[in-house]
Design a protein around this ligand. Structure first.
Ligand SMILES: C[S@@+](CC[C@H](N)C(=O)[O-])C[C@H]1O[C@@H](n2cnc3c(N)ncnc32)[C@H](O)[C@@H]1O
Length: 440
């Protein structure tokens, strides 16, 4: 083993804080900032140093020497190996309060802003919530087994798991039978992943395969799907190649917003909010804060398949949804028609282009909802004065970009920062979902 790759001796460290990705942060014996997996603030742990970077060290907990008061026993037997979760050793109330601290600190340090009110954290069931996932598949000759699961922490290996506590039970319950079925497929080595999506009316599994499947393999997979009661799709190439195997006509997945009497049709490959019950609660809160009225104009940026747009339109306001994915815009239009909402229009547009010009850009709006991807809505916030809304609700999955964008809304455009709060969209992971409300 070269000196560079030599395994370093385990060492002890005291943890001072929690990083944005859920790792304990302390200083090693040389004073170097070190990030330790599965360690909590206030703890002293024995850790295995991992190869770090020039400016900081990395490590993983071997043994907790002095445990924090709020450390709990992880529910899942694969926690620590599986890369799907990183915070199961912290109770869910403590998880969300750490995320709230992170949100407020980002807003202050990056955005130089402070909300007048911090909303109570929004939490629902923290287990069995995940209705969409991409699982790795690996045929491991050494183990004589085929594995289906999330990738292992810090590695490209697939976790050897039979169950998952965060996947929706309608998906998780099929993992053992799917594993057995794929084990019999002759070209199983050429199957790298399975994508799963759960709707209110069933489950779709999409098998990605890198070489054609034989008739025997196809029959075997159809049989699995029939017995399991799931719809099985195949993906031999890019995303456009996805097609149903069983049932041959496929399945049109839906989810409902009970409180708004709307039903959304979506494709298993579409973006949907992964946590169904939190999604409904979040829509209810966003609609109530925006309080759109008949006669008002509302703009929904990064609207996806109309998840917020259609509930907002139930108020009678005229709602405009804009989104960059053509497939989602098509589904959004179909969803509006299906729900008999004719006060909604949808437009395809790249919202990362600040001066994008379209029919929807030359108007003002009473209210704006933003729900961007992790990179945020910098360009749209920069031109927010053109749209001149009196109220803005910003849903964010990255507190750092929210803070950057809040800085523009407050410190450039003069909005008042009324409220912010965390939403437990991704329990047991380090992802932070939040809401922020601005008013003129
Ligand atoms: C967090 S999702 C929200 C979707 C929707 N609001 C929902 O609740 O389902 C972010 C959305 O931004 C879209 N998006 C990503 N980059 C974009 C871009 N450059 N321009 C427009 N939309 C984009 C994605 O396709 C995705 O639908």
């Amino acid at each position: 083993m070269s000196a560079k790759n030599k395994r370093r001796e385990p060492a002890e460290i005291t943890i001072d804080s929690l990083s944005h990705d859920g790792r304990g942060v302390g200083r090693d014996s040389n004073g170097k900032v070190t990030f330790i997996d599965y360690a909590l603030p206030g703890e002293r742990v024995l850790y295995q140093p991992l190869r770090g970077k020039k400016g900081y060290g990395l490590g993983t907990t071997i043994k907790v020497l002095e445990a924090a008061k709020n450390r709990i026993e992880p529910k899942c037997e694969y926690f620590g190996t599986c890369g799907g979760c990183s915070l199961q050793h912290l109770g869910s109330k403590d998880q969300i309060s750490a995320k709230q601290d992170q949100l407020i600190s980002n807003l202050e340090k990056i955005g130089h802003v402070q909300a007048k009110t911090v909303l109570a954290p929004m939490q629902r069931d923290t287990w069995g919530y995940r209705r969409k996932a991409r699982l790795g598949v690996r045929d491991v000759e050494k183990k004589g087994a085929l594995l289906i699961g999330f990738r292992e922490k810090n590695s490209s290996f697939v976790t050897d798991m039979n169950n998952c506590e965060v996947l929706h039970p309608d998906i998780a319950k099929h993992i053992p039978a799917l594993t057995k079925a794929l084990q019999k497929v002759s070209s199983r080595k050429r199957i790298p992943q399975v994508e799963v999506a759960q709707g209110d009316n069933g489950v779709i599994m999409i098998i990605r395969h890198l070489e054609p499947l034989s008739n025997t393999d196809l029959a075997l997979l159809s049989h699995f799907a029939e017995v399991a009661g799931v719809a099985l799709y195949l993906q031999p190439g890019n995303i456009d190649s996805v097609h149903p195997l069983y049932p041959t006509e496929g399945l049109e997945l839906i989810y409902r917003h009970q409180g708004f009497n709307t039903e959304m049709t979506f494709k298993a490959t579409d973006f949907i909010q992964v946590n169904g019950s939190i999604n409904e609660a979040l829509i209810t809160q966003a609609c109530s804060i925006l309080d759109s009225q008949l006669g008002e104009a509302v703009l929904d940026l990064f609207c996806g398949l109309g998840n917020f747009t259609l509930p907002l339109a139930r108020s009678g306001a005229t709602v405009v949804g804009v989104e960059g994915d053509a497939g989602l815009i098509n589904r959004a239009k179909l969803n509006a028609a299906k729900n008999q909402l004719n006060n909604v229009t949808f437009h395809l547009g790249d919202l990362f282009i600040e001066n994008v010009q379209h029919v929807w850009t030359n108007k003002t709006y009473d209210k704006v909802l933003l729900d961007p991807p992790r990179s945020g809505a910098f360009e749209m916030c920069k031109r927010m004065n053109n749209f001149a809304p009196k109220r803005i609700v910003y849903i964010s999955c990255n507190p750092a970009t929210l803070a950057r964008d809040a800085d523009i809304l407050v410190n450039t455009h003069g909005y008042k920062f009324k409220q912010t709060g965390v939403i437990d969209m991704f329990p047991h992971t380090a992802h932070v979902e939040s809401i922020a409300v601005f008013e003129l």
